[in-house]
Ligand binder design. Structure first.
Ligand SMILES: Nc1nc2c(ncn2[C@@H]2O[C@H](COP(=O)(O)OP(=O)(O)OP(=O)(O)O)[C@@H](O)[C@H]2O)c(=O)[nH]1
Ligand SMILES: [Mg+2]
Length: 318
């Protein structure tokens, strides 16, 4: 690993540490209270731990798995001191997540296709951070020297198009757009054609999060996908569902609903900074078959990270 790479990774780690601070403080305050005056991990400590994990938005299913693992360990080791609980939690959660074969990436990677540019379609309900995530992604890809094209297929509000334009200007990346109210599928079609003509490496399509109702939204996404395939037969290569981590269990619900209604291939969990609900990433990675690819840890252009489960657990339990 090069010197600069090490520096970059250190910076990344510090941003992650800082972003998770609130989740960590809240979690450990509760944990310290639960073990106060106790030297041994016993049933009552485990009961409290269960409650703390659930209230930290790890989710019931994943919490039960973690508690089972710790229980087994306590039963085996006979005496486990409360002082070791932090280390044990970290080991057992890392162990649980290591059973999933995703979340190992460390870099932003754009796959190559014989059919043309890599096409990412970004979906999610309104306000979760889709457009911001697209801007941050464009910045990452552009910094690698890749040709990026953005498509403003959220035509539901004028401000949505303007906001993507701001990110296009900021990152120095071309954008394809039409009038507000125009057909999103038509914008997607134009964007793919333009990307193909410009020999783009990656195309990122923004979509609307709000429509008159959920059925309309899902139908529209299906249509956008179908029209894209007229230009690039295997597009979109990635349907990235953005979830707002600060909504905790709501993010779980959205993931369930979206994945049931449309094909989602990866997840981004945003707004992990400034929330105490960072534990939601542990639950989401454990419970969905779809990999968490990116996490948002701030509003800045550099505040998007490739999700790495080991780094995450390390930052959380450090
Ligand atoms: N703190 C923080 N704020 C974020 C993050 N990601 C996005 N935001 C903020 O969340 C707000 C909504 O982000 P948008 O990117 O507009 O969300 P959207 O999903 O495109 O919203 P719609 O276009 O209305 O559907 C903005 O104020 C962003 O700055 C993050 O990782 N951390
Ligand atoms: Mg938007």
């Amino acid at each position: 690993m090069s010197f600069f790479k090490k520096i970059f990774n250190k910076e990344k780690k510090e941003t992650l540490d800082k972003g998770l601070e609130k989740s960590k403080t809240t979690f450990f305050d509760k944990l310290n209270k639960a073990v106060a005056g106790k030297s041994k991990v016993d049933d009552s400590v485990l009961d409290n731990l269960e409650e703390i994990l659930v209230s930290s938005d790890v989710g019931v299913t994943t919490t039960l798995k973690i508690i089972d693992r710790i229980e087994a360990r306590v039963a085996q080791d006979k005496y486990v001191g409360t002082g070791e609980l932090n280390k044990i939690l970290r080991e057992e959660i890392a162990g649980l997540l290591s059973e999933i074969d995703s979340g190992n990436a460390t870099d932003f990677v754009v796959p190559k296709h014989t059919t043309g540019p890599h096409v990412i379609m970004v979906v999610g309900v309104n306000g979760v951070g889709k457009t911001t995530t697209i801007g941050k992604l464009a910045h990452q890809f552009k910094s690698q020297g890749l040709n990026v094209v953005l498509g403003a297929a959220d035509t539901f509000r004028a401000a949505a198009i303007d906001q993507l334009q701001v990110w296009a200007d900021r990152t120095g990346v071309p954008i394809v757009k039409q009038e507000m109210g125009s057909d999103p599928a038509s914008v997607a079609f134009d964007t793919l054609q333009s990307g193909l003509n410009q020999n783009a490496d990656v195309i990122i399509i923004d979509t609307a999060g709000r429509l008159h109702n959920k059925v309309n939204l899902m139908n529209e996404l299906t249509k956008v996908k179908r029209v894209m395939q007229k230009v690039i037969t295997d597009a979109p290569h990635d349907v990235l569902l953005v979830l707002d981590g600060s909504t905790g269990q709501n993010a779980f619900e959205q993931a369930k609903q979206f994945t049931a209604a449309t094909e989602v291939t990866s997840l981004a969990v945003t707004k992990l900074d400034g929330t105490a609900k960072g534990g939601v990433v542990i639950g989401i990675s454990d419970q969905f078959q779809i990999p968490v690819k990116y996490i948002g840890v701030g509003e800045g252009i550099d505040d998007l990270q490739v999700f790495n489960k080991f780094e995450f657990v390390d930052s959380f339990f450090k």
